[in-house]
Design a binder for this molecule. Sequence first.
Ligand code: UD1
Ligand code: CA
Length: 456
Amino acid sequence: MSTEPLQVVILAAGEGKRMRSRLPKVLHPLGGRPMLQHVLDAARRLSPSRLAVVIGHGGESVAARLDAPDVAWVLQERQLGTGHAVVQALPKLEKRGVVLVLYGDVPRIATGTLRSLVDAAAENQLAILTQEVDDPKGYGRIVRDASGRVTRIVEERDATEAERAIREVNTGIVAAPFAKLEAWLAGLGNANRQGEYYLTDIVAAAVAGEFPVAVRRPQSDSECLGVNSRRELARLERLLQMDRARALLDEGVTLADPARIDVRGELSCGRDVAIDVNCIFEGKVSLGDGVKVGANCILRDVTVGAGTEIRPFSLLEESSVGENARIGPYARLRPGTELAADVHIGNFCEVKASAIGQGSKVNHLSYIGDASIGRDVNVGAGTITCNFDGAAKHRTVIGDDVHIGSDVQLVAPVTIGKGATIGAGATITRDAPAGELSVTEKKQVTKPGWKRPKKK
Ligand code: UD1
Ligand code: CA
């Protein structure tokens, strides 16, 4: 490979009308990240010396949302064509090396494919990425002469009947030496059916100047698919998810159905992790060895220790779970939850901003918020930490080996001493001493002869 600098221009000024959206097309998420982010990442893997993105309509929000300090944002005020778009970016580039042009709406492009194109351009050629397709509709067609040499690219709307039958199409992605590209672009006209400055016309310009044109093919059939509509976005999402599912299977993860998992972030798994159907992983999720995730769970920014089981229908966010724990079914861990090893959180329990020590159990219908719970604590069914007094949040502290009966309200701020027992139905408003039983006594009364009202 050449030591000349590589510079990348990403075209993203198109309006994306067919998305029927207020959000600029390249900000629509794919696999949990803006479409353009995928293209930026592909570009960055080539370590370019300059990275320019051409934006148009709604472009300011694109720049703001992506927070990419290494990107030179270029405004193309009017969308006068792909050639015109590249011209806008030239002042941001060094006048040497190779320029690679990518599309902001072609997010699955593979780095290997781009490398082969850049390498061809570094050998002083115009390198174009083309593909044979069954249905060439909408694409620019690659026109070759009798000896099979590429002579030009013709856009569908400018093509003759015979040219339209050509099934070799332009993916749009090209690489060329800077000086040549600059010269060809300077010579572009817009005398075509769309009245646009076509980047594709540089091929005819190269041929006219007897500059070699190299053709490269993508590594896979689907990586050059673009997004113009929500249908295409949905299709690409499925393709990307299938890529991710296959990668997990190859790493040794068991997936009940690779078509029914969505990874919208980074999922890292230890050995022998098993994931049942319809689970969603967002942000950074790490699952230790032997972790089992039941059906219909959502995990966002969560760390799960080895041997832990997340049972069906659980939602875990910004939390960490220790080893050999058991969460769910139907558990909700909200941000700031830290569970030690061997903790059990059962059905219809919500835990927020709380630390729970090793071996402790909160098994049924409870709310634990802003609490510190020690080891080997048993929290009875229906227990609630009353952490909010209407103005501020307060903490509940529960020592090791505490037993809390069912239906207890712990009115924070309150501390339950080590080894204490709290009787069922208690409303605890003052600190409960260690080792003792605390109850709030309510008298059971029977009303003799009372009659239940009857419907008339
Ligand atoms: C382009 C190619 C066509 C190729 C097809 C592949 C040209 C003239 N045609 O056609 O040969 O088969 O892509 O999908 O290049 N853009 C701008 N500014 C503009 C116009 C476009 O930034 O003024 C951007 C768009 O946002 C998009 C990309 O360039 O990311 C391609 O534009 P699009 O209008 O989709 O090009 P096509 O007509 O599909
Ligand atoms: Ca297009």
